[in-house]
Design a protein around this ligand. Structure first.
Ligand code: 4AD
Ligand code: MG
Length: 461
């Protein structure tokens, strides 16, 4: 039976026969002994197999080189060498898959992250991406555990939708109409009534609206799925395809929404620290010496809560010169968000009560009629990691907001129905999964925390 490298390295049981399968990281040695270094993805660490020349001819190890896949059988023994507690005294080495060592794109010398993006199909075999993908997994698992333990139900919302949840109009169209010669109506417009669904459809930008319907029946729900945005943001923080987690809770108001977001983020950072200590230590040492400090800074500090209006005052009196001016009513740029988090408060910040003009139609209007019950959670190095709000539960007010913001009410009659039949206060938020992985791994580009990043001019693999 096969053991993983992880199991072997943490095994107390020595001097027994083991079998390990994995990919060769290197082979070196002399005419008496060869050392084969293997990683199988179960951990950042490798295991060393020792092959003595009496048993293994040069010829028999010819294909055991960088990138090859091997099965190694032998005795698990205490290592005499430095750097590892155990090693395998090999009795049998089988090459499962050869790799031409010269053509293999992952050479021993370090390859830049930019170059690795061009060989995204192979980069999971590097230490860096192995670590990132294990942390990504742990966070996904932690998210489900957090909600499951608290009685939330996981709801699957559609990927193809007929509505624009954010009203931002940055959607990818889904169509089966012929691109060169689509059917047209009498006035020349493309006739979507002849399209697959009989109407215009898009890839979803958010599962929130459907999530709200579920919360109005199940109480506490969350979604966790892919979302798509055709915004032309060629930045280290934006993807065209990203995963979002959207809890929605009946009877919660803004305050409780903030409590949930704060508990959630602190829980997830702790979860990663507990389940991925070696990967995070590696990423800390390799890329970002401040990583572990920054993570404990999130788990150990209550988030600073303040209103948008208060934040604008702070930014206006800041000594720092900003590229974009700050004025009440304009959206904050990431330089402003990062100033508040990294320079002013030096801890995560939750900004609330933004001007209604710069937020989505579904957010609950404040008594002053000027601001809405929005909340953005801002993180060091990231800026906005969560966006959410208490929702407008009043039918008339919601209709009014939709009219103001030119959101077509006839297309959202199903959404409005929740306000007509048994409406209730409720609140929720969206966490960008890759922004969370970016923060926890300390990587500097969001394209390096998802296996196959989608961004403008890039949909390879
Ligand atoms: O602030 P956003 O647009 O909010 C919503 O979509 C709401 N429907 C959420 C809700 O209340 N249920 O997006 C939420 C989060 C952002 O804070 C950010 O972390 C992430 O999604 N995000 C992106 N991540 C990567 N690439 C992009 N292009 C992103 N756009 C948003
Ligand atoms: Mg937002």
């Amino acid at each position: 039976k096969r053991s993983t490298v992880q199991q072997l390295l943490s095994s107390q049981e020595l001097d027994r026969e083991v079998l390990v399968k994995g990919w060769v990281r290197s082979r070196r040695g002399n005419k008496y002994v060869q050392f084969i270094i293997v990683n199988d993805g179960s951990t950042i660490h490798t295991i060393q197999a020792v092959a003595n020349a009496e048993q293994f001819s040069e010829e028999s190890l010819r294909d055991v080189g960088n990138g090859a896949c091997v099965a190694i059988r032998g005795q698990l023994v205490a290592s005499q060498g430095k750097g590892q507690a155990v090693e395998i005294q090999a009795t049998e080495v089988t090459v499962l898959g050869k790799a031409d060592a010269e053509a293999y794109p992952l050479q021993k010398k370090a390859t830049s992250l930019e170059h690795l993006r061009e060989i995204a199909h192979l980069r999971p075999r590097t230490n860096t991406f192995g670590a990132v993908l294990r942390v990504r997994h742990a966070l996904a698992f932690g998210i489900h555990k957090f909600f499951n333990d608290r009685g939330f139900y996981y709801v699957h919302t559609p990927i193809i939708t007929g509505s624009d949840a954010e009203g931002a109009g940055q959607m990818f169209r889904v169509t089966t109409l012929p691109p060169d010669n689509p059917p047209r109506t009498d006035d020349g417009a493309i006739d979507y009534s002849q399209d697959f669904f009989g109407k215009q459809t898009n890839l979803t930008v958010s599962g929130q609206l459907e999530g709200e319907l579920a919360a109005m029946a199940l109480g506490s729900i969350y979604t966790f799925g892919p979302t798509f945005r055709a915004e032309n943001s060629n930045t280290a923080r934006h993807l065209a395809e990203f995963w979002m987690i959207e809890p929605e809770v009946a009877f919660n108001e803004l305050e409780e929404n903030m409590d949930l977001a704060e508990d959630f983020l602190q829980y997830l950072v702790r979860y990663a620290l507990e389940h991925c200590p070696d990967d995070l230590q590696f990423l800390n040492d390799q890329y970002d010496k401040e990583l572990l400090t920054r993570l404990s800074f999130v788990t150990d500090n209550a988030f600073q809560r303040l209103t948008y209006t208060e934040a604008v005052e702070i930014l206006k009196s800041a000594k720092q010169k900003f590229e974009f001016p700050v004025d009440w009513g304009t959206d904050l740029q990431s330089e402003h968000e990062r100033y508040l988090v990294e320079k002013h408060f030096k801890k995560p910040v939750i900004l609330t009560n933004y001007p209604k003009e710069i937020k989505a139609f579904y957010m609950k209007l404040d008594e002053d009629g000027r601001t809405v019950r929005a909340m953005d959670v801002l993180f060091p190095g990231i800026g906005e990691i969560i966006g959410g709000s208490q929702r407008e539960e009043d039918y008339e007010k919601l209709l009014g907001r939709m009219a103001d913001m030119h959101v077509p009410a006839d297309e959202l009659s199903w959404y409005l129905d929740t306000r007509r039949f048994g409406t209730a206060p409720h609140a929720g938020f969206g966490l960008g999964f890759e922004r969370l992985v970016l923060f926890v791994t300390g990587m500097s580009n969001i394209r390096d925390v998802i296996p196959f990043p989608r961004y403008p001019k890039n949909a390879e693999f």
